[in-house]
Design a protein around this ligand. Structure first.
Ligand code: ADP
Ligand code: ZN
Length: 288
């Protein structure tokens, strides 16, 4: 049995087909242009490949409530051409197969739970720190949606005492995304994050924000593992700094086996950036 998967991002759409045990057989990437054209390209890729179902891990916000008349539609995305686009429905009609959809970060979280470092766990957070910041959350083995879906990149934070950067989130200024995304780093320091690798202050401040966010997630959701991905986390020196901030802020209040072993609690993604597409493949399997 062959399944289809789409990792839908604001700049590119990764499409793949794969087997039920997670072997990816063929893959293609299309630029995210306007929906009609990009959908046509994706449909052409999947057509004739005899997929049984399609899974989509999508940028958001996206309506994930199956009872809603706009289930599977994109909502108030800053990608204006895609706003209110019936993403799941358009592909379902074009390919005549069931379509499962979730957020890109929930798909990545699922990918890690099925194929990666979170196998066997039921309470997992996957945080991406890239152009934006978002978290996929699994609670008791289920991906968390709630009234919409978590928007954990927009939580509010205490500014670092030496940081005068005002934040770049159009809605909240100094939320996590406004202070710690790749573009926020670039604007604060006047250089791309990747070129700031050897500037310790950059990563101290970055870890101060990510650490605060993780502590808030830990206190509310009690995850068994936290996985950090996205372009900014390619700066692997961040991991020990983030763990140190988490330990400092928890301040001994919680004493769990997980928190005693932060090196295995706060970890990089484990699937070489295939977690999103593999999670989307799993979404396809689950919709059959
Ligand atoms: P997106 O979030 O757009 O899907 P990424 O997760 O790759 O894609 O995030 C892109 C952001 O991450 C950009 O702001 C970029 O500057 C930053 N970035 C990408 N690679 C690195 C790197 N090696 N080190 C630091 N920052 C990086
Ligand atoms: Zn915000």
């Amino acid at each position: 049995m062959i399944y289809g998967a789409i990792e839908a991002g604001g700049t590119k759409m990764v499409c793949a087909i794969g087997t039920a045990d997670g072997q990816l057989l063929s893959e293609a990437t299309f630029a995210t242009k306007e929906p009609a054209e990009t959908t046509r390209e994706m449909v052409a890729f999947f057509q004739e490949k005899k997929i049984k179902a399609l899974g989509i891990g999508s940028f958001g916000p996206v309506d994930l409530n199956p009872a809603s008349p706009t289930y599977g539609h994109l909502l108030e995305t800053p990608k204006l051409a895609w706003r209110y686009f019936d993403f799941a429905g358009t592909l379902q009609r074009a390919l005549a197969v069931p379509v499962g959809i979730d957020t890109d970060v929930n798909a990545a979280c699922l990918g890690e739970m099925i194929y990666g470092c979170a196998q066997g766990l039921k309470n997992v957070i996957y945080l991406t720190v890239g152009t934006g910041i978002g978290a996929g959350v699994a609670v008791d083995g289920k991906l968390l949606h709630g009234m919409l879906h978590p928007e954990a990149g927009h939580i509010l934070l205490e500014p670092h005492p030496e940081d005068s950067y005002p934040g770049n989130c159009p809605y909240h200024k100094r939320c996590l995304e406004g202070m710690a995304s790749g573009p926020a780093i670039a604007e604060r320091w006047g250089a791309k994050a990747v070129d700031l690798h050897d500037q310790p202050k950059v990563w101290e401040i970055e870890s101060y924000y990510i650490g605060q966010a993780l502590v808030n997630y830990i206190l509310v959701l009690s995850p068994e593992k936290i996985i950090l991905g996205g372009g900014v986390m390619k700066q692997t020196q961040l991991f020990p700094l983030v763990r140190r901030q988490v330990a400092r802020l928890i301040n001994g209040y919680l004493k769990t086996k997980e928190l005693k072993d932060l090196d295995n609690y706060i970890v990089p993604n484990s699937l070489k950036d295939r977690q999103g597409i593999l999670g989307a493949l799993e979404l396809a399997k689950r919709v059959c």
